[in-house]
Design a protein around this ligand. Structure first.
Ligand code: TRP
Length: 336
């Protein structure tokens, strides 16, 4: 009792990269002592775009192992798989029937992804944020730590909760708790290595655009060698003409664990040829221990399965009563 609750998740599609780590997982680790954390792998979201059934489960396990390897502590956190807790799917249906179509059509991420999918836009892509609302509201969290890009989905989540409370709750006795977003401050927004104005993303077709958490040292070195820079001498933060420079310096300061001021001072007179080896070394040193722990965890499948089995139990203990509360509010009744 007592501790406020947070909930967040990542889709197990593609490799997790520095953006996922510095922008999400590292923040979860930082706040985990102060919160009761529910962290999951959004494998139901993963099939809203074409997917390969042969790699779905393996990717989900990999992400779980990475959560642990990055320092998520099972004494404060529950790690679980979205598809293991069937309440997510069931609440999604109930929410879909309450959600106006035009709310979903207004979602920026839907519009962007729909353009990318062309002719073949599945209804899952449209309903993606309804599933996300179910993910969140089932656990009645106080806060939902996410990146800036998820802000609109969180507003939709709050709107769905408000609407349900308004239509089916009574004054002073809401059906669902309305959570607060916890949007990360700047600095944690990791940009692409090949374009400093774009977010580092799993869906970028070029693997050179991102450093994956499991990239071996030679691959990290190669990606940094090839990453986009500019022809100016002297490196600096916050020059809008030099987005790559700002991104690489920011990454360096976080990975080398140095303050922004210290890095500004250290790099002021440097050229890229001098900076890149330093940055490479800092990245390899920061990711090495995570990779070692990851490989240890993956070598012990029984352990990982036991974590997810326990995670499922702990998640269901919260999610199922919430689902029943919503069903009761909507008028369903089932003899036990
Ligand atoms: N849509 C989120 C993303 O792409 C992932 C996600 C799914 C999520 N369900 C969630 C995040 C619930 C927070 C809470 O990053």
């Amino acid at each position: 009792m007592g501790k406020p609750r947070v909930l967040s998740g990542i889709q197990p599609t593609g490799e997790l990269h520095l953006g996922n780590y510095l922008g999400a997982i590292r923040n979860w680790v930082e706040i985990q002592q102060a919160y009761d954390s529910f962290l999951f792998m959004a494998d139901l979201h993963a099939i809203t775009v074409p997917h390969d059934p042969k790699t779905l489960a393996a990717n989900t396990y990999k992400v779980a192992a990475l959560y642990l390897a990055c320092g998520i502590d099972l004494n404060c956190a529950t790690i679980f798989v979205q598809s293991h807790v069937s309440a997510h799917s069931e609440l999604t249906w109930l929410f879909m029937c309450l959600t106006p179509l035009n709310w979903l059509e207004a979602m920026v991420q839907f519009k962007e992804k729909a353009i990318r999918q062309g002719e073949n836009v599945g209804a899952g892509l449209l309903n993606y944020p309804v599933l996300q609302a179910a993910d969140i509201l089932l656990y009645e969290p106080d806060k939902v730590p996410v990146g800036e890009d998820q802000k609109q989905h969180l507003e939709l989540t709050r709107d769905i909760a408000d609407r349900l409370n308004f239509q089916f709750g009574s004054e002073g006795n809401p059906v669902l708790k309305v959570p607060e977003p916890m949007i990360r401050k700047e600095g944690a927004r990791v940009m692409s290595l090949t374009d400093g104005t774009k977010k580092m993303s799993k869906s970028d077709p070029s693997d050179l655009s991102r450093i994956n958490l499991l990239d071996p040292p030679d691959v990290i070195a190669k990606k940094i060698k090839r990453c986009k820079t500019d022809p100016m001498r002297g490196l600096e933060f916050d020059n809008p003409e030099r987005p790559e420079c700002n991104n690489l310096l920011t990454l360096y300061s976080i990975l080398a664990n140095k303050t922004k001021d210290a890095v500004a001072e250290e790099c002021r007179e440097m050229g890229w040829g001098q900076f890149k080896p330093l940055f490479t070394e800092a990245t390899i040193a920061a990711l090495g221990p995570i990779q070692d722990r990851y490989h240890e965890i993956m070598a012990n499948k029984d352990y990982l399965e036991s974590v997810l089995r326990q995670g499922r139990e702990q998640a269901e203990a919260i999610a199922n009563p919430t689902l029943h509360k919503v069903k009761a509010a909507l008028g369903y009744s089932m003899p036990l």
